[in-house]
Design a protein around this ligand. Structure first.
Ligand SMILES: NC(=O)c1ccc[n+]([C@@H]2O[C@H](COP(=O)([O-])OP(=O)(O)OC[C@H]3O[C@@H](n4cnc5c(N)ncnc54)[C@H](OP(=O)(O)O)[C@@H]3O)[C@@H](O)[C@H]2O)c1
Length: 310
C-alpha cells in the first residue's frame, strides 16, 4: 500500500510536437496525466491517455485559460523558435515565442502556484572558455541565445518555482520532424552525398530519450535552479559525423572538414560550449549516454521503425 498513488499528478507539456517535446510526452505518460500543447492542428503523437490542445504560447489569455482548466502541477516548456539563423532574420517572432511566450507561462504559473521546468541552451555562452558550469557568466553571441537568456532571466525574476535545463546538440527520432544534425548526416551519407562538416565547433551530442528521462527526474525531485544536462561526451561536429558513419556503417570518406568561419552562417556560433556536468550527476544521479551508445540506440529505433513500415 505504501507506494500506491491514488491519483496521477498532471503535467502540461508545451511544444509537444517537437523533437524533445514528443519524448517528454512519451516518458511522462506512465506516471503523469499529460496534456500537450502545440500550434499544429493535430498532435504528432496519439495515445489514449494523451490530450492535446492547439495553443500558441504567445497568446496569454489562451495560456491562462488552459492552465486554469487543466490545473497542472507542473509545466514543462520545450517550445521555442529554434532556427538559430532564422532568429537573426525574424527577430520579432523569435522574441515573441522565446521570451514573451515564456513570460506568459511564468505569469500563469505564478497565479496558480505551478512548478515550471524550462529548456534552455548552451548558446547562452560565447564558447570561448568552454567547460561552463551553472554559475558561469552567460554571454550569447547571436539573437537566439539572447532570447533564451532573456527567458531564463524572466523566469528567475518571476519568483516561481522553476528549473532551467540547459542542453545542446539534440538528436533522436520522432514523427513529422525536420532533420536534426544526426539524422541529416545519416540521410546525406546514405544517399552517397559528400558533406562539409565543421571541425572547430565542440559540444555534447545529446540523445533526446535520455534528456526526457533526466527531465522526469528533475520533476520528481521538484528541483529548482539551473542544471546543465547533456550527453556525457564532448566532441567536434566533424568527430560526431565520423562516429555516425561508423555506427551506421556509412562511408566516412564522404565527410570533409571545414572551419566555422568558412561556412558563412548568419548567426555566429559558440565554438566550445562544453558543459561541466557535475552538478547534475551529483544532484540528479543520472548520467546520459556517451555518443556511441546514443547513436546505437537511435540506430535500433530507426531499424525498428523500418521493420514496422515494411
Ligand atoms: N535542438 C537542439 O539541438 C537544441 C539545443 C539546445 C537547446 N534546445 C532547446 O530545447 C528545446 C526543444 O528543442 P527541439 O529541438 O525539440 O525543438 P523543435 O523540434 O523545433 O520543437 C519546438 C516546438 O515548439 C513549438 N512551438 C514553437 N512556437 C510555438 C508557439 N508560439 N506556441 C506553441 N508552440 C510553439 C513547435 O510546435 P508546432 O510544431 O506545433 O508548431 C515545435 O514543435 C527548445 O527550448 C530549444 O531551444 C534545443
Amino acid at each position: 500500500m505504501g507506494n500506491l498513488k491514488l491519483f496521477k499528478q498532471k503535467v502540461l507539456v508545451i511544444g509537444a510536437n517537437g523533437l524533445l517535446g514528443q519524448k517528454i510526452v512519451e516518458t511522462f505518460l506512465d506516471d503523469f496525466e499529460v496534456h500537450g500543447i502545440g500550434r499544429k492542428n493535430k498532435p504528432s503523437l496519439e495515445f489514449d491517455k494523451f490530450n492535446y490542445t492547439v495553443c500558441d504560447i504567445t497568446n496569454r489569455e489562451q495560456i491562462l485559460e488552459l492552465v486554469r482548466t487543466f490545473e497542472p502541477h507542473f509545466i514543462v516548456n520545450s517550445a521555442a523558435y529554434t532556427d538559430v539563423d532564422g532568429c537573426e532574420d525574424e527577430k520579432e517572432d523569435c522574441w515573441k515565442i522565446n521570451v514573451v511566450g515564456v513570460e506568459n507561462l511564468a505569469k500563469a504559473a505564478k497565479r496558480f502556484g505551478i512548478h515550471v521546468v524550462h529548456i534552455s541552451t548552451d548558446y547562452v555562452f560565447d564558447g570561448v572558455e568552454g567547460n561552463y558550469d551553472e554559475e558561469s557568466r552567460p554571454k550569447p553571441l547571436g539573437y537566439y541565445g539572447r532570447t533564451k537568456l532573456a527567458a531564463e532571466n524572466a523566469l528567475i525574476s518571476s519568483g516561481i518555482d522553476c528549473a532551467i535545463v540547459r542542453t545542446m546538440v539534440l538528436f533522436g527520432m520522432g514523427i513529422d520532424l525536420n532533420h536534426n544534425f544526426v539524422t541529416w548526416i545519416i540521410e546525406k551519407l546514405t544517399n552517397g552525398e559528400s558533406i562539409k562538416i565543421v571541425d572547430d565547433q565542440f559540444g555534447h551530442p545529446t540523445l533526446v530519450d535520455d534528456l526526457a528521462k533526466a527531465i522526469l527526474k528533475i520533476v520528481d525531485l521538484k528541483k529548482t535552479g539551473i542544471y546543465n544536462i547533456a550527453g556525457s561526451e564532448c566532441m567536434s561536429r566533424f568527430e560526431l559525423a565520423q562516429k555516425i558513419a561508423e555506427v551506421f556503417d556509412l562511408n566516412s570518406a564522404l565527410i570533409h572538414s571545414i572551419k566555422t568561419k568558412d561556412l558563412n552562417q548568419k548567426a555566429p556560433r559558440p565554438l566550445n560550449s562544453s558543459f561541466d556536468l557535475n552538478k547534475t550527476l551529483k544532484e540528479i544521479g543520472f548520467q546520459l549516454s556517451d555518443v556511441e551508445k546514443g547513436l546505437q540506440t537511435l540506430r535500433q529505433q530507426l531499424d525498428n521503425s523500418k521493420l514496422l513500415a515494411s
